[in-house]
Write a protein that binds this ligand. Structure first.
Ligand code: M6R
Length: 609
């Protein structure tokens, strides 16, 4: 999704903007640009392509030399990636950058055209530029407020008015935006990593608030233009956490960070050997009457929810429905008072998940958010909140966010089972103790499986298509393994419940087609093994991820390659079994020459529908 930055202060603004934009590259983009007040005039340089292309263009045409400006990386929604569709967009008196989607841009455009305005680009953003220009009355705050009242959809905007060369304005509705502050300078950004080089102090802009940035500092007003006092936040991670730290890619760095991330996430939530989620607003009393749970999320987060379903149903005997947020929000779901809706999101800004949560609240359900990004919209609006403490996840492909989401799902399932009295305190303590061993188990898998997975990945690079199979929890995990591989390697891949293959999908199997089977659940291993034999005898090349116990019992030729992981409590196996699947995906992408951190067409934070 688009990235926004802005700067007011003593430094070379062009340099600050480009440097800050590099920290937002992970969001995905196809063009970039900056606009800076240069001797009282707004000078804009923008181009299709990457930041390197922008830097080349800046060298070619000359860097604007001023101290106040805005910058943007664009992820195309309306109009193809091109120089003209790139941001910033300018009217006669105003220049803006935008993240989000203006849903009523067609009717606004028709209105503006009828008033004689002309448009250069195909973007929805230019409509905002022209509307600001049309409504400008000499007072920027009144003008912005007036325009906001006309806009439908989501937006975070950085705005400069020609008449006010000493300031940048910022406003947001739904799309994320923070305001950073340091001595004598201030910043706007779509995400914290963009400002960490300069400051760790920032404000979270609320919906429909307007920030004014000057050298003297930052002021905020609400939609009635009344001043707002805001709480200053401090980022609890630094530049190093947001940098690659010697790894070639963020994805492999984040895979390696999982033991620490899981530990940091679970340890503060365990007391006397039992889960303790009181600080997150969750007590046994509060959750004991939930008899219906729906988990809503997108992509990887939804896959964490699939594991959550198996675990909650197994331990707490409460029925759980898992739904994709984009479907849930439009299907009039049957939920209401007394039900619990769990929303899982790394970014906390995913548009569909946020809308799903609001719908759940509207219908009277209680909401619990499991979120990684502090202070994000979903985190702020949920009734109960458990943060995954994974630190910044920069690679588009989620890895440590997934395993920390799983860890939180386990803690919650244990707590619910206690509340429902479906497990004893002693059994719960045993489960918690097993969970506490997971950081070590994950570290073991990283240390012992990376080499083998790297080798197996060399066998996948020429594949056109793959299948992931498993049963029960292994099936839930296969979904995530398959998504990981396809999103970074661009090889078509599907996950299937192993027992479902022979109802159609097995006809796809042909000579040398890779099938990745996950078998960690002892009770269904013989069944999965039968399915493996079925595909292998039809020519599939089978890669089996299984426990050491399972590997010992299997015949040597059951699979072409076996990745053994240590046997832990079986309910917790998805945490360790996820790791080889992540590593396989990573090396397959690298072997195919792809950048696993920024897969084509994808964005880290999907803030539009
Ligand atoms: O920020 P969220 O967790 O809400 O994002 C949801 C999905 O877009 C995300 O999990 C996506 O599927 C992963 N980045 C894929 O690795």
């Amino acid at each position: 999704m688009c990235g926004i930055v802005g700067y007011v202060g003593p430094k070379d603004c062009s340099e600050v903007l480009v440097s800050a934009l590099t920290k937002l590259e992970y969001r995905g983009y196809d063009s970039a640009g900056i606009a800076v007040f240069d001797n009282g005039e707004i000078k804009t340089v923008k181009t299709k392509g990457k930041l390197k292309d922008l830097e080349d263009k800046l060298n070619e045409v000359g860097k604007p030399g001023g101290n106040v400006g805005i910058g943007h990386t664009r992820w195309a929604t309306h109009g193809e990636p091109s120089d003209v569709n790139s941001h910033p967009h300018s009217g006669a008196r105003v220049t803006i950058v935008h993240n989000g989607i203006i849903e009523n841009y067609i009717e606004l455009k028709e209105f503006l055209v009828s008033k004689g305005k002309t448009f250069e680009s195909d973007t929805d953003t230019e409509v905002v530029t022209q509307l600001l220009d049309y409504k400008y009355n000499g007072n920027p705050l009144e003008t912005i407020d007036d325009v906001m009242a006309e806009l439908k959809g989501s937006f975070a905007l950085g705005i400069m008015f020609k008449d006010f060369p000493d300031r940048v304005f910022a406003v947001r509705r739904e799309s994320p935006l923070i305001v950073g502050v340091a001595e004598g300078e201030s910043f706007i950004a779509s995400d914290v990593p963009a400002i960490l080089k300069y400051t760790r102090n920032y404000y979270l802009l609320d919906h429909d608030e307007i920030a004014t940035l000057t050298k003297e500092g930052v002021t905020f007003v609400d939609e009635h233009l009344d001043p707002v006092e805001k709480e200053l936040k401090t980022a609890d991670w630094d530049m190093e956490a947001a940098e690659k730290g010697g790894y070639p890619h963020f994805m492999i760095k984040e895979i390696n960070e999982q033991p620490e991330a899981i530990k940091t996430t679970i340890m503060p939530r365990i007391k006397d050997g039992l889960p303790c989620l009181e600080e997150c607003g969750i007590t046994l009393d509060k959750i004991k009457d939930f008899n219906n749970i729906t988990i809503v999320a997108c992509g990887t987060a939804m896959h964490a929810g699939m594991v959550g379903k198996y675990v909650i149903e197994d331990l707490a005997r409460v029925p759980v429905t898992v739904d994709v947020a984009s479907e849930f929000r439009y299907r009039n779901p049957i939920i209401g008072e007394g039900d619990l809706v769990i929303i899982i999101s790394q970014s906390g800004e995913t548009a569909d998940s946020l809308a799903a949560m609001r719908l759940a609240k509207q219908k009277g359900a209680a909401t619990l958010a499991i979120v990684n990004a502090k202070g994000s919209s979903i985190a702020r609006e949920a009734d109960m909140l458990i943060y995954t403490l994974a630190g910044p996840e920069i690679a588009v492909a989620s890895t440590k966010a997934y395993t920390t989401q799983l860890s939180v799902m386990y803690l919650f399932a244990f707590e619910l089972a206690l509340a429902k009295e479906t497990v004893s305190s002693a059994e719960c303590k045993r489960l918690v103790s097993a969970l506490m061993k997971m950081p070590e188990a994950v570290q073991y898998v990283i240390d012992n499986c990376e080499k083998k997975c790297k080798y197996i990945a060399t066998k996948l690079i020429t594949a056109d298509s793959l299948l992931y199979i498993g049963r029960g929890l292994d099936y839930a995990l296969s979904m995530e393994g398959s998504l990981k591989l396809k999103e970074v390697s661009y090889i078509h891949s599907e996950s299937y419940a192993a027992g479902e293959l022979k109802h159609g999908t097995i006809s796809l199997i042909e000579e040398d087609m890779p099938v990745i089977a996950v078998a960690t659940q002892t009770d269904v291993i013989p069944k999965t093994v039968s399915n493996i034999v079925e595909v292998k005898s039809r020519g599939a090349k089978v890669i089996l991820v299984c426990t050491d116990i399972c590997a010992r019992e299997l015949k040597d030729d059951v699979a072409n390659y076996v990745v053994e992981i240590p046997h832990t409590d079986e309910l917790l196996m998805p945490i360790t079994a996820a790791v080889p699947l992540q590593i396989l995906a990573y090396y397959t992408a690298v072997n195919r020459g792809n950048d696993p951190d920024k897969p084509r067409n994808l964005a880290k934070s999907v803030t539009v529908e």
